[in-house]
Design a protein. Structure first.
Length: 156
């Protein structure tokens, strides 16, 4: 499955991650979109749920999850990806594995290092760490070759 998003979606995501990072806390941004045929999801919206966060932790409380589900139904979109920040290196922690918001096979979880302080839309694919949920319910790091087939930034 190819996930395609715009540079504007990346800019909005990076801005949100940086704003929370400036406070010394993690942040999660959800990417919502629509399927375009069987092989592509086009990201249409960044969604920042109410969340509880600390330097190395975030949680979306139950009322915020209900708000998200209501929003998805109302806009007829799907939850395609989650993007969140880490204070230092980008990796998928045990907590990230267990508490991921996106749980469907092929889902993407993207981790941005250093609270997004150094990433730009033009360097996002290189600076962030990308993980895909496989058939065995395991988050697996994507190689650069796999990433090129899985994630693209659209100029449209």
């Amino acid at each position: 499955m190819l996930v395609r998003c715009s540079a504007q979606i990346l800019d909005d995501t990076i801005s949100a991650l940086r704003a929370r990072g400036a406070l010394g806390i993690e942040c999660v941004v959800l990417w919502l979109g629509k399927r375009s045929g069987d092989a592509e999801i086009r990201i249409a919206e960044t969604y920042i749920p109410d969340q509880i966060a600390a330097r190395d932790y975030f949680e979306i409380p139950a009322p915020a999850m209900r708000d998200l589900m209501r929003h998805l139904r109302g806009t007829r979109q799907i939850l395609a990806c989650q993007v969140h920040s880490h204070p230092f290196n980008a990796f998928h922690s045990t907590a990230d594995d267990e508490w991921a918001i996106v749980r469907h096979e092929g889902a993407l979880s993207i981790v941005v290092p250093r609270f997004a302080s150094e990433v730009r839309a033009s360097t996002f694919s290189r600076d962030a760490a990308f993980f895909r949920l496989d058939q065995g319910d395991v988050w697996r790091s994507l190689s650069q070759a796999e990433l090129a087939m899985t994630f693209q930034v659209s100029t449209l």
